[in-house]
Every structure is written in structure tokens, then in C-alpha cells.
Write a protein that binds this ligand. Structure first.
Ligand SMILES: [Fe+2]
Ligand SMILES: [Fe+2]
Length: 166
């Protein structure tokens, strides 16, 4: 089995997860500027999770004897219109990542690389959760955005999120 193509896709996925980490850190910074430290915390934790994802790919690629070739990670956006736009962009990004994971699952199955397909199953499940969380945040921000005291409570709720390493 020639795994070069799979190795390449896994290297690209490391960069995609790193980009997601950058994107969420940039979103965290925006919320800090608005003094919404709880929502900023949520995105800070999200950013750390994405770095952990990139490291899972990094370790897996090494385990299967692939050459790790770190890629350039592009600059994330930093100008956002409002909180709703950020939550919508977060969901949009998660959908892109889901598609990317599915593409690697397909390539792995096509190549008969069942260990990579099995490894990716964790990410397939994770993406279901990521998209569900992002969708729920969009609904919630729509409910609270024009109501300062509700926004305050929403911010407090998101302040509670803590990073849990796998
Ligand atoms: Fe991720
Ligand atoms: Fe994610």
C-alpha cells in the first residue's frame, strides 16, 4: 500500500487544525476587546482543543511512519462585525473541517488504509459535536444579543468552560 497521498492529506490536516486554533484565538481576542471575557474564554478553550487535534494528527502520522512536513498557516481574520457573525463563521469553519475529515476517510478507505480510517472515526464523532455546539451558540446569541442582561448571563455561562486534555 502506497500511503504517500494519505501522508500528504494528514500533513494538510495538521495545518487545518492549526488554522482553526488561530481562528478561534483571533475570535477570543475580539471578545476580550468587547469585555465579554466569558465568550473569549470559550474560544480560548476551543483554540486549545484545535491545537490538541493538530497534535493527534501529528502523533498519528509519526506512528504510521509518515514524514511530518509542517505547512504554512494563513493569517486568520480579525475584523468581525458582531458576535453573531463570529458564531456563524465558527460553524462555517467546522463544516469545512468536517468535509476535510470525510475526504480523508474516503481516501483512506479507497486506499485500503483501514488503520487511518479507524483513527479518523474519533474525528468524525468529534465533528458531530463541534457542529452541534456551534449551531447551539448561534441560536443562543440570537436570543440574547439585543438584551444586555441576557448577554451578561450568557457570557457568565461561557466563562465556565475549561480545557480538558485528552
Ligand atoms: Fe478540530
Ligand atoms: Fe473544531
Amino acid at each position: 500500500m502506497n500511503r504517500d497521498y494519505i501522508f500528504d492529506l494528514l500533513n494538510q490536516q495538521i495545518a487545518k487544525e492549526q488554522y482553526a486554533a488561530q481562528l478561534y484565538l483571533s475570535m477570543s481576542a475580539w471578545f476580550l476587546e468587547q469585555d465579554l471575557d466569558g465568550i473569549a474564554n470559550y474560544f480560548r478553550v476551543q483554540s486549545k482543543e484545535e491545537l490538541m487535534h493538530s497534535e493527534k494528527f501529528f502523533d498519528y502520522l509519526n506512528d504510521i511512519g509518515g514524514k511530518i512536513v509542517l505547512q504554512e498557516v494563513k493569517q486568520p481574520p480579525h475584523d468581525f462585525k458582531d458576535a453573531l457573525e463570529i458564531f456563524e463563521k465558527a460553524l462555517e469553519h467546522e463544516k469545512l473541517v468536517t468535509k476535510s475529515i470525510f475526504d480523508i476517510v474516503k481516501a483512506a478507505n479507497d486506499a485500503g488504509d483501514y488503520s487511518t480510517a479507524a483513527f479518523l472515526q474519533w474525528f468524525v464523532n468529534e465533528q458531530v459535536e463541534e457542529e452541534a455546539n456551534a449551531s447551539q451558540l448561534i441560536s443562543k446569541i440570537k436570543m440574547v444579543k439585543d438584551n444586555p442582561s441576557a448577554l451578561y448571563l450568557f457570557d457568565q455561562e461561557l466563562a465556565k468552560r475549561v480545557f480538558v486534555a485528552e
